[in-house]
Design a protein around this ligand. Structure first.
Ligand code: NAD
Length: 278
């Protein structure tokens, strides 16, 4: 039976955990061949194992999206394995929070690197595999022969700002402008580009900081999560659906924007928030 992403190749960054892992599994269930990136090999391999155990097709390509030459390597690996790229999802990321008056240049830059510079480099590196291929198809056949799109991950912290997240808000709002620019530059080649802005999704980024989860940033362990004092007891009070979203529900927004049902949607930022901020 044909599925939403039959014969499509999807590259997704930060897909070893959380929302990216959930999206990778759904893409594979829907027939895609999936290239799973994550910072470290183990979680990427776990996602690939889960996909293969369910009968799907995936490979892992671990490494940091903030390494200057990584984008070309990741996309070449996808083309070497599967011959083409249909969907690129810029999902990898983390938070390194702090109040503006205490935030270091390093903290500011690291978050812009992962949420803004890395997606820019990945899309630029995708040009030969997506833009140029589509251009040649149009020249030869009058239209692109394959669906192609990019999905960038944003956040309500970008759209509305958030206390303690000046760096993250800048990156996540910046990616909205990047998304619209790609939509305008690559629309002529039939390539769509949309963003998905998540609200409160239940992953390690939103768990209590006291749980002690960390991420390695240039050899430094950066604490992840939100301090319990900031989370409070009423963290879902301003969400109309009154609860956090699951990683699979968040992934649903990515799948929706990449799917054929979104074939006339480009440059849009879809809010997947349970209604918060409306
Ligand atoms: N959880 C939320 O509430 C929420 C809200 C808004 C936006 N987001 C965004 O959603 C995306 C996914 O986050 P999540 O909540 O699933 O978190 P997560 O920590 O569960 O997953 C993120 C994954 O990205 C990987 N990663 C981080 N830096 C990387 C790098 N330099 N190179 C490659 N991989 C890297 C991590 O190893 C991790 O596996 C992020 O961009 C995040 O900012 C999350």
């Amino acid at each position: 039976m044909p599925s939403l992403f039959s014969n499509q190749v999807v590259v997704i960054t930060g897909a070893g955990r959380g929302i990216g892992a959930a999206a990778a599994r759904i893409f594979a269930q829907e027939g895609a061949q999936v290239v799973v990136n994550d910072l470290s090999a183990e979680p990427a391999a776990e996602t690939v194992d889960a996909i293969r155990n369910a009968g799907g097709d995936a490979i892992a390509f671990p490494g940091s999206v903030t390494e200057p030459t990584f984008a070309e390597q990741l996309l070449q690996a996808a083309v070497d394995a599967y011959g083409k790229i249909n969907v690129l999802v810029n999902n990898a990321g983390y938070t390194w929070d702090g109040m503006l008056h205490k935030m270091s240049d390093e903290q500011w830059q690291a978050i812009l690197d992962v949420h803004l510079t890395a997606p820019f480099r990945l899309v630029r590196a995708a040009a030969p595999h997506m833009r140029e291929v589509a251009k040649a198809e149009i020249a030869a056949h009058g239209q692109p022969l394959e669906p192609r799109c990019i999905v960038n991950v944003s956040s309500t912290s970008g759209l509305h700002g958030n206390i303690g997240q000046i760096n993250y808000a800048a990156g996540k709002m910046g990616i909205v402008g990047v998304t619209k620019t790609i939509a305008k530059e690559w629309g002529a080649f039939g390539i769509r580009c949309n963003a998905v802005a998540f609200g409160y999704i239940d992953t390690r980024l939103t768990q209590a900081k006291e749980k002690g989860e960390t991420i390695d940033v240039n050899g430094q362990a950066v604490a992840l999560g939100i301090p319990s004092t900031a989370l409070g007891d009423d963290k879902t009070r301003f969400i109309p659906l009154q609860r956090a979203g699951s990683p699979a529900e968040a992934a649903g927004g990515i799948i929706l924007m990449a799917s054929p049902y979104a074939s006339y949607i480009t440059g849009h930022t879809l809010e997947v928030t349970g209604g918060s901020g409306i």
